[in-house]
Write a protein that binds this ligand. Structure first.
Ligand code: ADP
Ligand code: MG
Ligand code: MG
Length: 253
């Protein structure tokens, strides 16, 4: 049983006009096996939250805390966060020139686990995971994300998540730009990791569409750098029907 706990988190970025606070007191707790959806309008700070959890240097935490099983995540370097069991899928995955998928996956897995996976079982595991995610076998020899389409990058992201077996995954707009088939394949990957490893998931999304495939336990409405409301899956249905206006008006009032 693992817990990612975010408490009254405030974070800012440096702009030409001085510091700008983007996260204004975010609190949420994700336990193993739970799926939390964060939904909010564009510019509300969702990606900033993901980047702050990931340890992106542009975002300065001014107060509050993030802990994983009581360990201070904010004190950890980016690679330590992965070793501690966090998986952060970014909205804009990076290319890694000159490194094949096969080498990248094995190197990353070794770094995360602290030992190299046994080659025979690992090769089989990678192959099977790729098949389930409908990633063509030739991708194993291609350079990471180089020339991958948006949908291919998302599948590869989920491939990493399934292979690395994190305690908690943060998925930022994994659904954006996916056609319906890719959306289903990617969602199945998240559900598999959830069921097989009891992974806790923070699913950040702008649209409710992905929630037809991944059933959240908790829905957080995120507005102006804060959780404006928390509820069950029915909250997502309400957003689908009414949009974010009610929550935006409450913030502006
Ligand atoms: P969301 O993911 O919900 O669309 P973001 O976290 O990307 O929101 O952005 C929240 C706000 O912070 C936006 O107003 C955005 O312009 C601003 N912001 C985020 N990162 C930066 C940055 N590096 N420089 C300037 N503004 C930023
Ligand atoms: Mg506060
Ligand atoms: Mg975003």
């Amino acid at each position: 049983m693992s817990t990612l706990e975010i408490k009254d988190l405030h974070a800012q970025i440096e702009t030409e006009n001085g510091p700008k606070e983007i996260l204004k007191g975010v609190s949420l707790t994700i336990n193993s096996g739970e799926i939390h959806a964060i939904m909010g309008p564009n510019g509300s700070g969702k990606s900033t939250l993901a980047s702050t959890i990931a340890g992106h240097p542009a975002y300065e935490v001014t107060s509050g805390s993030i802990t994983l099983d009581g360990e201070d995540v904010l004190e950890m370097e980016v690679d330590e966060r992965a070793r501690a069991g966090l998986f952060l899928a970014m909205q804009y995955p990076v290319e890694v020139p000159g490194v094949t998928m096969t080498n990248f996956l094995r190197t990353a897995k070794t770094a995360i686990d602290g030992e190299a996976p046994k080659l025979r079982t690992w090769t089989k595991e990678v192959r099977e995971a790729m098949e389930k995610l409908k990633i063509d076998a030739e991708f194993a020899n291609r350079n990471v994300n180089e020339g991958f389409s948006g949908g291919e990058k998302k599948r590869v992201e989920i491939l990493q998540m399934e292979l690395f077996k994190p305690k908690v995954a943060v998925l930022d707009e994994t659904d954006s730009g996916l056609d319906i088939d890719a959306l289903r394949v990617v969602s199945e990957g998240v559900n598999r990791a959830h069921e097989a490893n009891g992974m806790g998931t923070l699913l950040i999304t702008h649209y409710t569409r992905i929630l037809n495939y991944i059933k959240p336990d908790v829905v957080h409405v995120f507005v102006d750098g804060q959780v404006a409301e928390q509820g069950g899956p029915e909250l997502a249905d309400e957003l689908e029907a009414d949009g974010y206006d009610r929550f935006l008006n409450a913030v502006r009032a």
